[in-house]
Ligand binder design. Structure first.
Ligand code: ADP
Ligand code: MG
Ligand code: MG
Length: 877
């Protein structure tokens, strides 16, 4: 294969091969922009290198040929004593991995060529500064020497000279530093700094290749879900110098504000500086606008180039540039990262500029970004006392008193206090505390740590890995930067969307985007307008309908405002809680005949009025009502608590308590999730399902009489065999016919056997709804309530899955079962309606999967409805 591409040979679409940096350097070169010449060694060469432990055959020859061409073009030879060509060796993978892979500048300098460089430039200081930078970067990244040793040496040089800024160091000082640096290299590697330019270059290339497997690169990739086997490309670029005096400098820029999307001039510039100096903060940079006063010609050229790049990439770009004695050079560009709000604004601005169409705009924003815009936010206009920044593990804005143990969190929460659970890291034992708290803050661990995984699963605000904080659980306090001490009870505010931690109570504001969906907000805000336009277009594009999971009229009404086209799952058992528990107990305690009938009769009117409310809120739209699903003992008191109560009361124990205790014991199951629930209950307790169906029928009849258009659908849970369904369906149809009401009867597909026998089940079902929570649980054999806290973070670390299968559909396992059920269900009953009602219905990846396998709708929690609408639109593009 061809391992090396000149910048004139590549283009922006070759990112797989050339990495993002190389592909974009080639693109800019071909646009005629001022890019220093150079070439790219492919990621394929890196993969070979990592597999074989050596440079692949033929690579050296190709590199030599390209270097020779570069030398000819530049009229200089690499590291030549009289007039040296210098190059940078820069890593650049397909996905940008900030700070992970390393770069070495000024390759080609040694004791001789440093003299030649000084003479040619007429600047000794510059030459020695460049040389010491080479040894410093090479020492750190290629030779693995602790970078602080070099930094300390510079500090020492400044101190002994009595100056603060590196600008006050002179040629002789840098020359001395070169000697010191060489000493550090000798001491830490046992060999001299390599003076041969070609050796320098080869070692740097190999170091970039190897850095792909450095521990922090591996951790970063895992967090960002970047595949581990891509490898990185390496760019060899002729050096241009921003450290050649005050007419030179280096900077970074954005074509628009990545925070808001606003057009304008955004960036930083630093005179007489090289490469990383801008971001390393060695001196204060100036805002990019100031370049106009420093070098107006370069400034104007830069703005012109930025416009060219935006028009060419049709998106926000970020840029690295250097000015060498008044001549502008472009060193990097890429489509820049941005906040969620900026993503929506920029997408619609580009539509207005005629650069992209609305399809493209929809594809450029994500459901996750929309979800971020829907969380309540801290009022950043408030007076903020920021004390730390960790990782934005689970979004939201949480305020509460700091507590340092889960017991304490629970205690205070039970008293009605809002608390933030602060831990070094959490363990499965902290689950109670996490549930009780408004938010979770940890000082250790990344986005796949226990705290992060569990918090995201619960939708709880979480900031993790705030490493500046020293958490002392024993003493119930933490210390932060600048000696801040926070004790138990002190109020904290944490922002799970940004990772910021504030002292005190920061006021929370409702999201303007939610107000827009609710219809209560004011239009006119640019962000809201952008969301409106993109959502409208996505709605026009999508094939999937979006329904909501809702059990009460309020949720149903909100879901409808958010754009839901019906209810995909009403969990009737949620209607049995609260003061109705008593009635359910009566039912369970009842004997067979009259007593049971009376208990059911007492429940029926309550169920009916629930359904009337729901059908009214969703008038004209389908409402899928699932008959009771969970095991009955969930409605009974706890076994231990009740045993103790009865034992303590002794002979005085009430007959009811005694009977209850008996029932609890009788209904006790080792594995309730796999026990007597769903359709099994309906078959074992005659009259239970019938009562629910009657309530639905009567509710529908009442709504019709009132002039409404009820569209109830009856859904039977936990079916594994068509025979289970048939009996229940026949009885339901009889009841509906008696009431003169029409309603479709269908089933959930949530047991693997149901998916595998879907062809038979479809004989008796007008619709399928995939219950992917149970289907995932039963397919993996994972107890959902236990495994996430117990070992999922370990599984994520081990790469067994990249994301919890309860969050995003496991396509190859659970997804395969779904595909089988879709195909076989449709074969039996071509018009069968297919939907999904598990948590996955609101997960972006899962929505795309549902689109791909041809479902008719997804159903999710009301709050996720807009996210599902957007993703369904994106899936259809
Ligand atoms: P990163 O990926 O960390 O941004 P880069 O490869 O872009 O690393 O290089 C680090 C810094 O060095 C950047 O500021 C870049 O502009 C600068 N740089 C890289 N190559 C050259 C070069 N040939 N001449 C001048 N500066 C360079
Ligand atoms: Mg860069
Ligand atoms: Mg289920």
């Amino acid at each position: 294969p061809k391992y090396v591409y000149d910048f004139t040979e590549g283009n922006k679409d070759l990112r797989d091969l050339l990495g993002g940096k190389g592909a974009n350097l080639a693109e800019m070169t071909n646009l005629g922009l001022p890019v220093p010449p150079g070439f790219t060694i492919t990621a394929e060469a890196c993969r070979r290198y990592l597999e074989d432990g050596g440079l692949p055959d033929g690579l050296q020859d190709e590199v030599d040929a390209h270097l020779a061409a570069l030398e000819t073009g530049m009229g200089k030879r690499l590291g030549a004593a009289d007039d040296p060509l210098l190059v940078s060796v820069r890593s650049g993978a397909k996905y940008s991995m900030p700070g992970m892979m390393e770069t070495v500048l000024n390759i080609g300098l040694n004791d001789e060529s440093v003299q030649g460089l000084a003479k040619q430039a007429g600047d000794e200081r510059f030459a020695w500064d460049s040389f010491r930078r080479l040894i410093q970067m090479f020492g750190k990244t290629v030779l693995d020497i602790d970078g602080e040793l070099f930094e300390n040496a510079i500090d020492e040089a400044k101190r002994s000279k009595g100056v603060d800024s590196d600008l006050d160091l002179e040629a002789a000082d840098f020359q001395r530093l070169v000697d010191t640096y060489k000493g550090i290299v000798r001491e830490h590697t046992g060999s001299d700094f390599p003076s041969d330019p070609r050796t320098q270059m080869r070692l740097a290339v190999e170091a970039v290749f190897s850095s792909w497997d450095a521990p922090r690169a591996i951790i970063y990739r895992r967090q960002e879900r970047i595949p581990a086997d891509l490898g990185t490309a390496v760019n060899i670029v002729a050096m241009v110098f921003g450290n050649l005096g005050m007419e030179s400098g280096t900077g970074v820029a954005f074509t628009r504000d990545p925070g808001t999307g606003q057009r304008g001039v955004y960036g930083d510039y630093l005179q007489n500086a090289q490469g990383e100096d801008v971001v390393a903060g060695i001196r204060n940079t100036v805002p990019l606008q100031d370049l106009e006063g420093i070098d107006s010609e370069s400034y104007r050229e830069l703005l012109e180039i930025m416009k060219t790049l935006e028009n060419h990439y049709r998106d926000l770009c970020d840029i690295e540039f250097t000015i060498e004695r008044g001549k502008l050079w472009m060193l990097q560009t890429r489509v820049g990262k941005r906040t969620a709000a900026a993503a929506f604004r920029i997408a619609t601005q580009l539509v207005d500029q005629g650069l992209i169409d609305l399809d493209e705009a929809v594809s450029r924003v994500t459901g996750d970004q929309l979800a971020q815009l829907m969380f309540p936010r801290f009022d950043v206009g408030a007076d903020l006392k920021r004390i730390a920044k960790g990782m934005n593990a689970s979004p939201g804005a949480a305020v509460g008193k700091a507590v340092f143990s889960s017991e304490r969190a629970k205690e205070l929460a039970d008293q009605g206090e809002a608390v933030i659970l602060v831990r070094r890291e959490t363990t499965p034992d902290d689950l109670v505390g996490m549930i009780a708290a408004q938010g979770v803050l940890t000082s250790r661990g990344g986005k796949t740590s226990h705290a992060a995984v569990v918090a995201r699963g619960m939708g709880k605000t979480c900031v993790c890995g705030a490493e500046e904080l020293e958490v002392d659980g024993q003493e119930r306090r933490f210390t932060g930067p600048g000696g801040v001490v926070v004790e138990e009870g002190d109020v904290l505010s944490i922002d799970g969307s940004t990772g910021e931690v504030y002292l005190g109570e920061v006021p929370v504001m409702a999201s303007p985007v939610v107000e827009y969906f609710e219809g209560t907000g004011e239009r006119g805000d640019e962000l809201v307008e952008a969301v409106h336009r993109i959502m409208t277009h996505a709605d026009g594009r999508r094939r999937l309908a979006v329904r909501a999971n809702a059990d009460n009229p309020e949720d149903a009404a909100r879901a409808r405002r958010f754009g839901a086209q019906g209810i995909g799952l009403c969990r009737t058992e949620h209607m049995f809680l609260g003061d109705r528990r008593q009635l359910v107990e009566d039912l369970i305690l009842a004997g067979r005949g009259e007593e049971r009938r009376a208990a059911l009769d007492a429940l029926e009117p309550l169920q009916k009025s629930d359904f009337v409310g729901l059908l009214a809120a969703m008038d004209g739209l389908p409402v899928t009502i699932r008959l009771i699903d969970p095991p009955l003992h969930e409605f009974l008191p706890d076994l231990t608590a009740l045993s103790v109560k009865v034992a303590l009361a002794g002979a005085d124990a009430s007959p009811r308590d005694r009977r209850l205790l008996e029932a609890v014991k009788r209904l006790h199951e080792e594995n309730p999730m796999l026990g007597l629930r769903g359709v099994r209950l309906g078959l074992v307790i005659p009259g239970l399902f019938a009562m629910q169906v009657r309530a639905i029928a009567e509710a529908a009849a009442e709504r019709t009489a009132a002039g409404g258009s009820p569209r109830a659908e009856i859904m039977i849970p936990l079916v594994s065999a068509v025979q289970e369904l048939e009996g229940v369906r026949d009885e339901a149809e009889r009841i509906l016919a008696e009431a003169g009401v029409e309603a479709e009867i269908g089933t959930m597909i949530e047991v693997p056997r149901a998916a595998l026998t879907a062809g038979q089940i479809a004989e008796a079902a007008a619709f399928f709804s995939f219950g992917t929570n149970d289907l995932t649980q039963m397919t993996w054999g994972f107890s959902r309530d236990d495994v996430e806290a117990a070992f999922f973070s370990r599984y994520l670390d081990l790469g067994i899955f990249g994301v919890s299968p309860f969050e995003s559909i496991d396509r190859s396992g659970v997804g395969r079962l779904m595909s089988i059920a879709v195909a076989e269900g449709r074969a039996t009953r071509p018009g069968i309606k297919l939907g999904i009602c598990g948590e996955h219905g609101g997960d972006p990846d899962s929505v795309h999967f549902c689109h791909e396998i041809g479902l008719d709708y997804v159903s999710c929690s009301p709050f996720r409805v807009p996210v599902a609408r957007l993703e369904a639109g994106r899936a259809a593009l």
